[in-house]
Design a protein around this ligand. Sequence first.
Ligand code: MSP
Length: 512
Amino acid sequence: MADQPTYYLTTPIYYVNDVPHIGHAYTTLASDVLARFKRLDGYDVLFLTGTDEHGQKVEKSAAAAGVDPQQFCDQVSERFRDLAAKMNFSNDQFVRTTEARHKTAVQHLWGILEDKGWIYQASYAGWYSVRDEAYYSESELQDDGQGGKLAPTGAPVEWVEEPSYFFKLSAFQDKLLALYDGQPDFVMPKSRLNEVRSFVAGGLEDLSISRTSFRWGVPVPGNHDHVMYVWIDALTNYLTATGYPDTPPSDGYWPADVHMIGKDILRFHAVYWPAFLMAADLPLPKRVFAHGWWTNEGQKISKSLGNVIDPFDLVDTYGLDQVRYFLLREVPFGNDGDFSKAALLSRCNADLANDLGNLAQRSLSMIFKNCGGAVPEPGELTADDEAILAGAAAALDAVRGHMDQQAFHRALDTIWRVIGDANAYFAAQEPWALKKTDPERMNTVLFVTAECLRRFATLIQPFMPQSAEALGAVLANPSLAFSDIAELGMTPGTPIDKPTPIFPRLEVEDAA
Ligand code: MSP
Protein backbone atom coordinates (compact mmCIF):
# COMPACT_ATOMS: atom_id res chain seq x y z
CA MET A 1 0.00 0.00 0.00
CA ALA A 2 2.81 2.40 0.91
CA ASP A 3 3.72 3.63 -2.57
CA GLN A 4 0.42 3.14 -4.28
CA PRO A 5 -1.76 6.16 -4.89
CA THR A 6 -5.14 5.83 -3.17
CA TYR A 7 -8.49 5.93 -4.89
CA TYR A 8 -11.71 6.22 -2.93
CA LEU A 9 -15.11 5.77 -4.47
CA THR A 10 -18.54 5.41 -3.00
CA THR A 11 -22.09 4.49 -3.91
CA PRO A 12 -25.12 6.02 -2.24
CA ILE A 13 -26.08 4.06 0.84
CA TYR A 14 -29.46 2.54 0.09
CA TYR A 15 -32.61 2.99 2.11
CA VAL A 16 -33.71 -0.21 3.74
CA ASN A 17 -37.40 0.60 3.33
CA ASP A 18 -37.39 -1.61 0.27
CA VAL A 19 -35.54 -4.57 -1.24
CA PRO A 20 -32.88 -3.95 -3.90
CA HIS A 21 -33.95 -3.25 -7.49
CA ILE A 22 -32.22 -2.58 -10.77
CA GLY A 23 -31.50 1.07 -9.89
CA HIS A 24 -29.47 0.08 -6.85
CA ALA A 25 -27.66 -2.61 -8.80
CA TYR A 26 -26.81 -0.10 -11.53
CA THR A 27 -25.09 2.51 -9.35
CA THR A 28 -23.06 -0.10 -7.52
CA LEU A 29 -22.17 -1.90 -10.75
CA ALA A 30 -20.76 1.26 -12.29
CA SER A 31 -18.74 1.86 -9.14
CA ASP A 32 -17.56 -1.73 -9.06
CA VAL A 33 -16.25 -1.54 -12.60
CA LEU A 34 -14.36 1.64 -11.80
CA ALA A 35 -12.99 0.18 -8.56
CA ARG A 36 -11.77 -2.94 -10.37
CA PHE A 37 -10.19 -0.87 -13.13
CA LYS A 38 -8.32 1.28 -10.63
CA ARG A 39 -7.07 -1.73 -8.67
CA LEU A 40 -5.80 -3.32 -11.88
CA ASP A 41 -4.21 0.01 -12.76
CA GLY A 42 -2.13 0.06 -9.58
CA TYR A 43 -4.25 2.03 -7.11
CA ASP A 44 -4.92 1.24 -3.48
CA VAL A 45 -8.71 1.40 -3.72
CA LEU A 46 -11.35 1.87 -1.08
CA PHE A 47 -14.72 1.05 -2.60
CA LEU A 48 -17.62 1.69 -0.25
CA THR A 49 -21.28 0.85 -0.33
CA GLY A 50 -23.83 0.30 2.42
CA THR A 51 -27.30 0.96 3.77
CA ASP A 52 -29.07 4.06 5.04
CA GLU A 53 -31.08 2.83 7.97
CA HIS A 54 -32.48 5.81 9.86
CA GLY A 55 -35.30 8.27 9.26
CA GLN A 56 -39.03 8.40 9.15
CA LYS A 57 -39.37 6.37 5.97
CA VAL A 58 -37.56 3.37 7.45
CA GLU A 59 -39.34 3.78 10.78
CA LYS A 60 -42.71 3.70 8.99
CA SER A 61 -41.76 0.69 6.85
CA ALA A 62 -40.69 -1.23 9.96
CA ALA A 63 -43.97 -0.36 11.68
CA ALA A 64 -45.93 -1.47 8.60
CA ALA A 65 -44.02 -4.77 8.64
CA GLY A 66 -44.78 -5.10 12.35
CA VAL A 67 -41.12 -5.42 13.35
CA ASP A 68 -38.79 -3.42 15.48
CA PRO A 69 -36.80 -0.96 13.33
CA GLN A 70 -33.40 -2.47 14.09
CA GLN A 71 -34.60 -5.97 13.28
CA PHE A 72 -36.18 -4.64 10.08
CA CYS A 73 -32.89 -2.94 9.11
CA ASP A 74 -30.93 -6.10 9.81
CA GLN A 75 -33.17 -8.08 7.47
CA VAL A 76 -33.29 -5.67 4.55
CA SER A 77 -29.64 -4.65 4.82
CA GLU A 78 -28.78 -8.34 4.41
CA ARG A 79 -30.56 -8.33 1.01
CA PHE A 80 -28.18 -5.58 -0.14
CA ARG A 81 -25.21 -7.67 0.93
CA ASP A 82 -26.76 -10.61 -0.97
CA LEU A 83 -27.03 -8.37 -4.02
CA ALA A 84 -23.33 -7.54 -3.79
CA ALA A 85 -22.51 -11.26 -3.79
CA LYS A 86 -24.94 -11.99 -6.64
CA MET A 87 -23.57 -9.19 -8.84
CA ASN A 88 -19.91 -9.93 -7.99
CA PHE A 89 -19.37 -6.48 -6.47
CA SER A 90 -15.93 -5.98 -4.99
CA ASN A 91 -16.74 -3.41 -2.31
CA ASP A 92 -14.07 -3.21 0.40
CA GLN A 93 -16.52 -2.07 3.04
CA PHE A 94 -20.24 -2.16 3.66
CA VAL A 95 -21.27 0.60 6.03
CA ARG A 96 -24.55 0.66 7.97
CA THR A 97 -25.72 3.88 9.58
CA THR A 98 -26.89 1.96 12.65
CA GLU A 99 -23.29 0.91 13.43
CA ALA A 100 -21.62 2.42 16.49
CA ARG A 101 -18.63 3.66 14.46
CA HIS A 102 -21.00 5.67 12.29
CA LYS A 103 -22.84 7.21 15.23
CA THR A 104 -19.45 8.30 16.60
CA ALA A 105 -18.45 9.87 13.26
CA VAL A 106 -21.68 11.77 12.69
CA GLN A 107 -21.91 13.05 16.27
CA HIS A 108 -18.30 14.19 16.03
CA LEU A 109 -18.99 16.09 12.82
CA TRP A 110 -22.09 17.67 14.40
CA GLY A 111 -19.96 18.80 17.35
CA ILE A 112 -17.49 20.50 15.03
CA LEU A 113 -20.23 22.27 13.08
CA GLU A 114 -21.75 23.44 16.34
CA ASP A 115 -18.42 24.59 17.83
CA LYS A 116 -17.69 26.59 14.70
CA GLY A 117 -21.04 28.34 14.97
CA TRP A 118 -22.77 26.85 11.93
CA ILE A 119 -25.68 25.34 13.84
CA TYR A 120 -28.47 27.21 15.64
CA GLN A 121 -31.76 26.24 17.25
CA ALA A 122 -35.13 27.52 16.01
CA SER A 123 -38.28 25.88 14.74
CA TYR A 124 -39.20 24.54 11.33
CA ALA A 125 -42.50 25.19 9.66
CA GLY A 126 -42.72 23.93 6.11
CA TRP A 127 -43.22 21.05 3.72
CA TYR A 128 -41.56 17.66 4.06
CA SER A 129 -41.69 14.55 1.93
CA VAL A 130 -41.12 11.33 3.85
CA ARG A 131 -40.70 9.38 0.61
CA ASP A 132 -37.88 11.67 -0.54
CA GLU A 133 -36.74 12.48 3.02
CA ALA A 134 -36.49 16.06 1.76
CA TYR A 135 -37.74 19.55 2.59
CA TYR A 136 -39.39 21.52 -0.20
CA SER A 137 -40.27 25.17 -0.53
CA GLU A 138 -43.83 26.14 -1.40
CA SER A 139 -42.78 27.35 -4.87
CA GLU A 140 -41.51 23.88 -5.82
CA LEU A 141 -44.83 22.14 -5.15
CA GLN A 142 -47.85 21.28 -7.27
CA ASP A 143 -51.44 20.50 -6.26
CA ASP A 144 -52.27 16.82 -6.28
CA GLY A 145 -55.87 17.48 -7.32
CA GLN A 146 -57.21 16.18 -4.02
CA GLY A 147 -56.40 19.07 -1.77
CA GLY A 148 -52.84 17.90 -1.11
CA LYS A 149 -49.47 18.85 -2.56
CA LEU A 150 -46.79 17.00 -4.47
CA ALA A 151 -43.02 17.44 -4.64
CA PRO A 152 -41.37 17.78 -8.09
CA THR A 153 -40.55 14.06 -7.80
CA GLY A 154 -44.26 13.24 -7.52
CA ALA A 155 -43.94 12.35 -3.85
CA PRO A 156 -46.62 13.58 -1.44
CA VAL A 157 -45.55 16.24 1.05
CA GLU A 158 -46.87 17.04 4.51
CA TRP A 159 -46.80 20.20 6.57
CA VAL A 160 -44.34 19.96 9.46
CA GLU A 161 -44.00 22.31 12.41
CA GLU A 162 -41.53 21.42 15.12
CA PRO A 163 -38.46 22.66 17.02
CA SER A 164 -35.36 22.06 14.95
CA TYR A 165 -31.66 22.74 14.70
CA PHE A 166 -30.61 24.53 11.53
CA PHE A 167 -27.41 24.52 9.53
CA LYS A 168 -26.43 27.94 8.12
CA LEU A 169 -26.53 26.77 4.52
CA SER A 170 -27.37 30.27 3.28
CA ALA A 171 -23.83 31.38 4.22
CA PHE A 172 -22.36 28.98 1.64
CA GLN A 173 -23.95 30.24 -1.56
CA ASP A 174 -20.91 32.15 -2.82
CA LYS A 175 -18.44 29.48 -1.78
CA LEU A 176 -20.47 26.81 -3.56
CA LEU A 177 -20.74 28.91 -6.73
CA ALA A 178 -16.98 29.48 -6.59
CA LEU A 179 -16.49 25.71 -6.24
CA TYR A 180 -18.62 24.92 -9.33
CA ASP A 181 -16.93 27.65 -11.36
CA GLY A 182 -13.39 26.85 -10.25
CA GLN A 183 -13.74 23.10 -10.56
CA PRO A 184 -16.30 22.41 -13.28
CA ASP A 185 -15.81 18.64 -13.14
CA PHE A 186 -16.84 18.65 -9.47
CA VAL A 187 -20.27 17.68 -10.79
CA MET A 188 -20.61 15.50 -13.88
CA PRO A 189 -22.15 15.26 -16.41
CA LYS A 190 -22.13 18.96 -17.31
CA SER A 191 -25.93 19.17 -17.54
CA ARG A 192 -26.06 18.23 -13.84
CA LEU A 193 -23.51 20.89 -12.94
CA ASN A 194 -25.72 23.47 -14.63
CA GLU A 195 -28.74 22.21 -12.73
CA VAL A 196 -26.97 22.47 -9.38
CA ARG A 197 -25.47 25.81 -10.21
CA SER A 198 -28.79 27.39 -11.04
CA PHE A 199 -30.38 25.94 -7.90
CA VAL A 200 -27.66 27.52 -5.76
CA ALA A 201 -27.64 30.78 -7.73
CA GLY A 202 -31.38 31.05 -6.97
CA GLY A 203 -30.56 31.46 -3.27
CA LEU A 204 -30.15 29.06 -0.37
CA GLU A 205 -32.18 28.84 2.78
CA ASP A 206 -30.81 27.47 6.03
CA LEU A 207 -31.38 23.74 6.34
CA SER A 208 -33.34 22.03 9.09
CA ILE A 209 -31.04 19.26 10.36
CA SER A 210 -32.94 17.71 13.24
CA ARG A 211 -36.40 16.31 13.93
CA THR A 212 -38.39 15.84 17.12
CA SER A 213 -41.53 14.08 15.87
CA PHE A 214 -40.02 10.58 15.65
CA ARG A 215 -37.16 8.67 17.30
CA TRP A 216 -35.42 6.53 14.66
CA GLY A 217 -32.19 8.44 14.12
CA VAL A 218 -28.87 9.44 15.64
CA PRO A 219 -29.50 11.56 18.77
CA VAL A 220 -28.26 15.14 18.60
CA PRO A 221 -25.33 15.43 21.03
CA GLY A 222 -26.46 17.18 24.20
CA ASN A 223 -30.16 17.23 23.27
CA HIS A 224 -31.71 13.82 22.95
CA ASP A 225 -35.16 15.23 22.21
CA HIS A 226 -33.83 15.64 18.70
CA VAL A 227 -32.62 13.08 16.19
CA MET A 228 -30.51 14.18 13.26
CA TYR A 229 -32.05 14.75 9.84
CA VAL A 230 -31.41 11.55 7.92
CA TRP A 231 -29.32 13.23 5.21
CA ILE A 232 -26.66 14.71 7.52
CA ASP A 233 -26.51 11.27 9.11
CA ALA A 234 -26.35 9.46 5.76
CA LEU A 235 -23.81 11.69 3.96
CA THR A 236 -21.36 11.33 6.82
CA ASN A 237 -21.08 7.61 6.05
CA TYR A 238 -18.46 8.58 3.48
CA LEU A 239 -16.25 9.80 6.32
CA THR A 240 -17.13 6.94 8.68
CA ALA A 241 -15.63 4.35 6.35
CA THR A 242 -12.29 6.17 6.24
CA GLY A 243 -11.90 5.84 10.02
CA TYR A 244 -13.12 9.36 10.83
CA PRO A 245 -12.69 10.89 13.37
CA ASP A 246 -9.80 8.68 14.60
CA THR A 247 -7.96 8.71 11.29
CA PRO A 248 -7.28 12.32 10.32
CA PRO A 249 -8.61 12.90 6.80
CA SER A 250 -5.11 13.67 5.56
CA ASP A 251 -3.82 10.20 6.57
CA GLY A 252 -6.32 7.97 4.88
CA TYR A 253 -8.50 7.71 1.82
CA TRP A 254 -10.38 10.97 2.27
CA PRO A 255 -11.21 12.97 0.17
CA ALA A 256 -13.26 10.70 -2.06
CA ASP A 257 -12.27 10.63 -5.71
CA VAL A 258 -15.81 9.97 -6.89
CA HIS A 259 -19.19 9.86 -5.22
CA MET A 260 -21.29 7.86 -7.69
CA ILE A 261 -24.99 8.68 -7.38
CA GLY A 262 -28.25 8.77 -9.31
CA LYS A 263 -29.56 12.12 -10.56
CA ASP A 264 -32.34 12.08 -7.95
CA ILE A 265 -29.95 12.76 -5.08
CA LEU A 266 -27.75 15.38 -6.68
CA ARG A 267 -28.78 18.30 -4.47
CA PHE A 268 -27.80 16.45 -1.31
CA HIS A 269 -24.38 15.51 -2.66
CA ALA A 270 -23.44 18.59 -4.62
CA VAL A 271 -24.91 21.28 -2.35
CA TYR A 272 -25.45 20.12 1.24
CA TRP A 273 -22.48 17.79 1.47
CA PRO A 274 -19.77 20.19 0.25
CA ALA A 275 -21.31 22.90 2.46
CA PHE A 276 -21.08 20.67 5.56
CA LEU A 277 -17.49 19.82 4.70
CA MET A 278 -16.52 23.43 4.05
CA ALA A 279 -18.11 24.38 7.37
CA ALA A 280 -16.06 21.70 9.16
CA ASP A 281 -12.86 22.68 7.27
CA LEU A 282 -12.62 19.23 5.73
CA PRO A 283 -11.33 18.58 2.21
CA LEU A 284 -14.03 18.24 -0.48
CA PRO A 285 -14.62 15.19 -2.63
CA LYS A 286 -13.13 15.54 -6.09
CA ARG A 287 -16.23 14.60 -8.04
CA VAL A 288 -19.92 13.80 -7.81
CA PHE A 289 -21.10 11.82 -10.84
CA ALA A 290 -24.89 11.63 -11.24
CA HIS A 291 -26.10 8.95 -13.62
CA GLY A 292 -29.52 8.73 -15.26
CA TRP A 293 -32.51 6.57 -14.51
CA TRP A 294 -33.76 3.38 -16.09
CA THR A 295 -37.28 2.90 -17.34
CA ASN A 296 -38.71 -0.56 -18.06
CA GLU A 297 -39.92 -1.14 -21.62
CA GLY A 298 -40.65 2.60 -21.87
CA GLN A 299 -42.41 2.96 -18.50
CA LYS A 300 -41.31 4.61 -15.29
CA ILE A 301 -40.32 1.88 -12.83
CA SER A 302 -42.60 1.82 -9.81
CA LYS A 303 -43.99 -0.60 -7.30
CA SER A 304 -47.54 0.53 -8.00
CA LEU A 305 -47.12 -0.28 -11.72
CA GLY A 306 -45.70 -3.66 -10.71
CA ASN A 307 -42.81 -3.35 -13.17
CA VAL A 308 -39.87 -3.28 -10.76
CA ILE A 309 -36.88 -5.16 -12.21
CA ASP A 310 -35.39 -7.59 -9.73
CA PRO A 311 -31.62 -7.83 -10.29
CA PHE A 312 -31.52 -11.32 -8.78
CA ASP A 313 -34.01 -12.57 -11.42
CA LEU A 314 -32.16 -10.76 -14.16
CA VAL A 315 -28.88 -12.50 -13.35
CA ASP A 316 -30.60 -15.90 -13.05
CA THR A 317 -32.27 -15.45 -16.42
CA TYR A 318 -29.52 -13.94 -18.56
CA GLY A 319 -26.25 -14.56 -16.75
CA LEU A 320 -24.18 -12.32 -14.52
CA ASP A 321 -21.70 -10.92 -17.00
CA GLN A 322 -24.37 -10.52 -19.66
CA VAL A 323 -26.29 -8.24 -17.28
CA ARG A 324 -23.14 -6.38 -16.20
CA TYR A 325 -22.20 -5.81 -19.84
CA PHE A 326 -25.64 -4.76 -21.03
CA LEU A 327 -26.27 -2.19 -18.29
CA LEU A 328 -23.03 -0.37 -18.96
CA ARG A 329 -22.90 -0.78 -22.75
CA GLU A 330 -26.42 0.02 -23.78
CA VAL A 331 -26.80 3.53 -22.40
CA PRO A 332 -24.25 6.35 -22.33
CA PHE A 333 -23.42 6.65 -18.63
CA GLY A 334 -25.10 9.80 -17.35
CA ASN A 335 -28.15 9.52 -19.65
CA ASP A 336 -31.49 7.93 -18.87
CA GLY A 337 -31.99 4.51 -20.40
CA ASP A 338 -34.73 2.10 -21.25
CA PHE A 339 -34.48 -1.52 -20.23
CA SER A 340 -35.93 -4.02 -22.69
CA LYS A 341 -35.49 -7.76 -22.97
CA ALA A 342 -35.15 -7.48 -26.74
CA ALA A 343 -32.30 -4.97 -26.40
CA LEU A 344 -30.53 -7.13 -23.84
CA LEU A 345 -30.77 -10.23 -26.03
CA SER A 346 -29.58 -8.54 -29.16
CA ARG A 347 -26.72 -6.73 -27.40
CA CYS A 348 -25.46 -9.88 -25.71
CA ASN A 349 -25.81 -12.03 -28.79
CA ALA A 350 -24.16 -9.54 -31.14
CA ASP A 351 -21.31 -8.36 -28.94
CA LEU A 352 -20.65 -11.23 -26.56
CA ALA A 353 -21.75 -14.44 -28.29
CA ASN A 354 -20.78 -13.36 -31.83
CA ASP A 355 -17.98 -10.82 -31.75
CA LEU A 356 -15.92 -12.04 -28.83
CA GLY A 357 -17.34 -15.52 -28.12
CA ASN A 358 -17.17 -16.80 -31.70
CA LEU A 359 -13.70 -15.43 -32.31
CA ALA A 360 -12.47 -17.24 -29.21
CA GLN A 361 -14.33 -20.45 -30.00
CA ARG A 362 -13.26 -20.63 -33.65
CA SER A 363 -9.61 -19.76 -33.13
CA LEU A 364 -9.11 -21.89 -30.04
CA SER A 365 -10.90 -24.87 -31.61
CA MET A 366 -8.50 -24.60 -34.57
CA ILE A 367 -5.54 -24.50 -32.19
CA PHE A 368 -6.89 -27.48 -30.28
CA LYS A 369 -7.39 -29.52 -33.45
CA ASN A 370 -4.51 -28.39 -35.65
CA CYS A 371 -1.69 -27.37 -33.34
CA GLY A 372 -1.43 -30.45 -31.16
CA GLY A 373 -3.69 -28.93 -28.49
CA ALA A 374 -1.06 -26.38 -27.47
CA VAL A 375 -0.29 -22.70 -28.08
CA PRO A 376 1.43 -22.67 -31.51
CA GLU A 377 4.94 -21.35 -32.19
CA PRO A 378 4.62 -18.17 -34.31
CA GLY A 379 6.89 -17.48 -37.26
CA GLU A 380 8.06 -13.98 -38.09
CA LEU A 381 5.31 -11.41 -37.51
CA THR A 382 4.05 -9.45 -40.52
CA ALA A 383 3.01 -5.80 -40.48
CA ASP A 384 -0.65 -6.94 -40.24
CA ASP A 385 0.16 -9.09 -37.21
CA GLU A 386 2.04 -6.27 -35.50
CA ALA A 387 -0.75 -3.80 -36.25
CA ILE A 388 -3.50 -5.92 -34.77
CA LEU A 389 -1.46 -6.63 -31.64
CA ALA A 390 -0.51 -2.99 -31.20
CA GLY A 391 -4.15 -1.90 -31.60
CA ALA A 392 -5.28 -4.30 -28.87
CA ALA A 393 -2.55 -3.06 -26.51
CA ALA A 394 -3.17 0.62 -27.28
CA ALA A 395 -6.83 0.25 -26.35
CA LEU A 396 -5.83 0.28 -22.68
CA ASP A 397 -4.77 3.94 -22.74
CA ALA A 398 -7.98 4.96 -24.46
CA VAL A 399 -10.02 2.91 -21.99
CA ARG A 400 -8.19 4.56 -19.09
CA GLY A 401 -9.11 8.01 -20.41
CA HIS A 402 -12.78 7.00 -20.66
CA MET A 403 -12.81 5.41 -17.19
CA ASP A 404 -11.45 8.63 -15.71
CA GLN A 405 -14.50 10.38 -17.16
CA GLN A 406 -16.86 7.58 -16.03
CA ALA A 407 -17.66 7.03 -19.73
CA PHE A 408 -18.12 3.29 -19.35
CA HIS A 409 -20.00 2.96 -22.65
CA ARG A 410 -17.06 4.59 -24.45
CA ALA A 411 -14.58 2.27 -22.76
CA LEU A 412 -16.58 -0.74 -23.94
CA ASP A 413 -16.99 0.74 -27.40
CA THR A 414 -13.20 1.12 -27.62
CA ILE A 415 -12.67 -2.51 -26.63
CA TRP A 416 -15.29 -3.73 -29.08
CA ARG A 417 -13.70 -1.79 -31.91
CA VAL A 418 -10.46 -3.70 -31.50
CA ILE A 419 -12.40 -6.94 -31.16
CA GLY A 420 -14.01 -6.03 -34.48
CA ASP A 421 -10.55 -5.44 -35.98
CA ALA A 422 -9.41 -8.84 -34.73
CA ASN A 423 -12.43 -10.49 -36.34
CA ALA A 424 -11.62 -8.75 -39.62
CA TYR A 425 -7.98 -9.88 -39.30
CA PHE A 426 -9.02 -13.49 -38.65
CA ALA A 427 -11.41 -13.48 -41.63
CA ALA A 428 -8.84 -11.89 -43.94
CA GLN A 429 -5.99 -14.21 -42.95
CA GLU A 430 -8.13 -17.33 -43.51
CA PRO A 431 -6.16 -19.65 -41.23
CA TRP A 432 -8.43 -22.55 -42.29
CA ALA A 433 -7.15 -22.16 -45.86
CA LEU A 434 -3.54 -21.81 -44.66
CA LYS A 435 -3.86 -25.18 -43.00
CA LYS A 436 -3.14 -26.81 -46.38
CA THR A 437 -1.13 -24.11 -48.14
CA ASP A 438 1.10 -22.73 -45.37
CA PRO A 439 0.78 -24.41 -41.94
CA GLU A 440 3.57 -22.28 -40.49
CA ARG A 441 1.70 -19.10 -41.35
CA MET A 442 -1.47 -20.67 -39.94
CA ASN A 443 0.41 -21.16 -36.67
CA THR A 444 1.41 -17.51 -36.66
CA VAL A 445 -2.13 -16.28 -37.35
CA LEU A 446 -3.56 -18.50 -34.63
CA PHE A 447 -0.89 -17.38 -32.19
CA VAL A 448 -1.58 -13.73 -32.94
CA THR A 449 -5.32 -14.27 -32.57
CA ALA A 450 -4.85 -16.04 -29.22
CA GLU A 451 -2.57 -13.22 -28.12
CA CYS A 452 -5.31 -10.71 -29.06
CA LEU A 453 -7.77 -12.74 -26.99
CA ARG A 454 -5.40 -12.51 -24.02
CA ARG A 455 -5.39 -8.74 -24.42
CA PHE A 456 -9.19 -8.64 -24.66
CA ALA A 457 -9.46 -10.77 -21.51
CA THR A 458 -7.16 -8.23 -19.83
CA LEU A 459 -9.32 -5.31 -20.96
CA ILE A 460 -12.72 -6.76 -20.07
CA GLN A 461 -11.71 -7.79 -16.52
CA PRO A 462 -13.29 -4.83 -14.70
CA PHE A 463 -16.57 -5.23 -16.59
CA MET A 464 -16.88 -9.02 -16.73
CA PRO A 465 -14.45 -10.47 -14.19
CA GLN A 466 -15.76 -14.05 -14.39
CA SER A 467 -15.73 -14.21 -18.18
CA ALA A 468 -12.28 -12.65 -18.32
CA GLU A 469 -11.06 -15.34 -15.97
CA ALA A 470 -12.77 -18.06 -18.01
CA LEU A 471 -11.17 -16.74 -21.19
CA GLY A 472 -7.84 -16.60 -19.40
CA ALA A 473 -8.32 -20.21 -18.33
CA VAL A 474 -8.92 -21.47 -21.88
CA LEU A 475 -5.79 -19.58 -22.92
CA ALA A 476 -3.85 -21.59 -20.29
CA ASN A 477 -3.83 -18.82 -17.70
CA PRO A 478 -1.41 -16.26 -19.12
CA SER A 479 -0.88 -12.93 -17.33
CA LEU A 480 -3.84 -10.57 -17.51
CA ALA A 481 -1.95 -7.79 -15.72
CA PHE A 482 -2.35 -4.35 -17.29
CA SER A 483 1.42 -3.97 -17.22
CA ASP A 484 1.78 -7.00 -19.52
CA ILE A 485 -0.75 -5.98 -22.12
CA ALA A 486 1.82 -5.03 -24.76
CA GLU A 487 4.01 -8.12 -24.18
CA LEU A 488 3.72 -11.39 -26.07
CA GLY A 489 2.20 -13.14 -23.09
CA MET A 490 1.18 -16.49 -24.60
CA THR A 491 3.77 -19.24 -24.21
CA PRO A 492 4.13 -21.50 -27.27
CA GLY A 493 3.84 -25.17 -26.40
CA THR A 494 1.51 -24.63 -23.40
CA PRO A 495 -1.32 -27.17 -23.65
CA ILE A 496 -4.86 -25.80 -23.89
CA ASP A 497 -8.10 -27.60 -23.01
CA LYS A 498 -10.79 -28.30 -25.57
CA PRO A 499 -12.53 -24.91 -25.67
CA THR A 500 -16.16 -24.46 -24.65
CA PRO A 501 -18.07 -21.27 -25.53
CA ILE A 502 -17.43 -18.40 -23.12
CA PHE A 503 -20.67 -16.61 -24.02
CA PRO A 504 -23.41 -19.00 -25.10
CA ARG A 505 -26.08 -17.49 -27.36
CA LEU A 506 -29.10 -16.29 -25.43
CA GLU A 507 -32.34 -17.67 -26.83
CA VAL A 508 -35.65 -15.84 -26.84
CA GLU A 509 -37.06 -18.39 -24.34
CA ASP A 510 -34.51 -17.13 -21.79
CA ALA A 511 -36.51 -13.94 -21.66
CA ALA A 512 -39.93 -15.58 -21.26
N1 MSP B 1 -30.44 6.70 1.08
C1 MSP B 1 -30.37 7.62 0.01
C2 MSP B 1 -28.93 7.87 -0.39
C3 MSP B 1 -28.04 8.35 0.73
S1 MSP B 1 -26.40 8.55 0.17
C4 MSP B 1 -25.64 9.35 1.40
C5 MSP B 1 -31.14 7.08 -1.17
N2 MSP B 1 -31.31 5.76 -1.21
S2 MSP B 1 -32.16 4.95 -2.30
O1 MSP B 1 -32.29 3.61 -1.80
O2 MSP B 1 -33.37 5.63 -2.62
O3 MSP B 1 -31.24 4.83 -3.54
C6 MSP B 1 -31.19 5.84 -4.41
C7 MSP B 1 -30.30 5.44 -5.58
O4 MSP B 1 -30.84 4.31 -6.30
C8 MSP B 1 -30.28 6.53 -6.61
O5 MSP B 1 -29.36 7.52 -6.37
C9 MSP B 1 -29.91 5.77 -7.80
O6 MSP B 1 -28.54 5.54 -7.62
C10 MSP B 1 -30.62 4.47 -7.66
N3 MSP B 1 -31.87 4.41 -8.39
C11 MSP B 1 -33.11 4.22 -7.87
N4 MSP B 1 -33.99 4.03 -8.89
C12 MSP B 1 -33.36 4.11 -10.07
C13 MSP B 1 -33.71 3.87 -11.44
N5 MSP B 1 -34.95 3.60 -11.84
N6 MSP B 1 -32.70 3.90 -12.35
C14 MSP B 1 -31.40 4.10 -11.98
N7 MSP B 1 -31.05 4.31 -10.72
C15 MSP B 1 -32.02 4.55 -9.77
O7 MSP B 1 -31.53 7.86 -2.02
